[in-house]
Design a protein. Structure first.
Length: 212
């Protein structure tokens, strides 16, 4: 079974296959390699994936992989960047009465709720990044953290006042931090019910408190 076919995040990859170093890029081949890398991370975990196994799954020569990426961490980092949702601008019209649903929706998109494959990849990377310095260097974490800016903008827009940077960051980090914690500690896919619980009983009350 092609596990990635069960996941909706591969659509993000198909439209954003990157140009890399070396020969002119065969975009279909690059896509096959990125797909293979994500499949293997989801199935076996980051540590078990090798350039040989990616090449075999993608039906590509290992030399092809090394012409485009220096090593496994850089290839995986590329796949992770294109797995993540595109950054969006905050929808100010939803920062009022519709804020609760907006935050639930944003968190569910960010974490790939109902997308078990993507969550398995995120879990594997979250537990591997402290052990693999090259992966941390290649990933920069920007592709994971940039999406939190939409939470930050939505919260500040709702409160309708300028918060101190550290105070706003704390409010912004609450939801993603708890969801990552849940993912890492339990190893189980995050459910929408848990996202709603965090928003209803923690994030919204904190926002209301900071309005005063």
């Amino acid at each position: 079974m092609d596990i990635i076919n069960k996941s909706d995040f591969i659509e993000n990859v198909e439209g954003k296959v990157p140009g890399k170093i070396g020969r002119p890029v065969d975009k279909l081949r690059d896509l096959a390699i990125l797909r293979a890398a994500l499949e293997l991370v989801a199935e076996n975990g980051y540590d078990s994936v090798t350039m040989d196994s990616i090449a075999l799954r993608a039906h590509a020569g290992k030399a092809t992989l090394y012409r485009r990426w220096k090593s496994k961490p850089y290839l995986i980092a590329e796949a992770i960047r294109f797995m993540m949702p595109c950054e969006q601008k905050v929808d100010t019209e939803r920062c009022g009465d519709k804020l609760r649903d907006y935050l639930c929706e944003s968190l569910s998109i960010y974490f790939g709720i109902r997308d078990e494959v993507r969550q398995k990849v995120m879990l594997s990377i979250a537990t591997a990044i402290n052990r693999d310095k090259l992966l941390a260097e290649a990933l920069h974490l920007d592709c994971i953290t940039n999406q939190t800016f939409i939470f930050s903008d939505a919260i500040e827009c709702t409160i309708n006042k300028k918060l101190e940077k550290q105070q706003l960051k704390l409010l912004t980090d609450v939801g993603p931090a708890l969801l990552f914690y849940q993912l890492i500690i339990t190893g189980e896919p995050i459910k929408m019910k848990y996202v709603e619980h965090i928003v209803d009983h923690l994030i919204i009350p904190l926002i209301e408190l900071n309005k005063k």
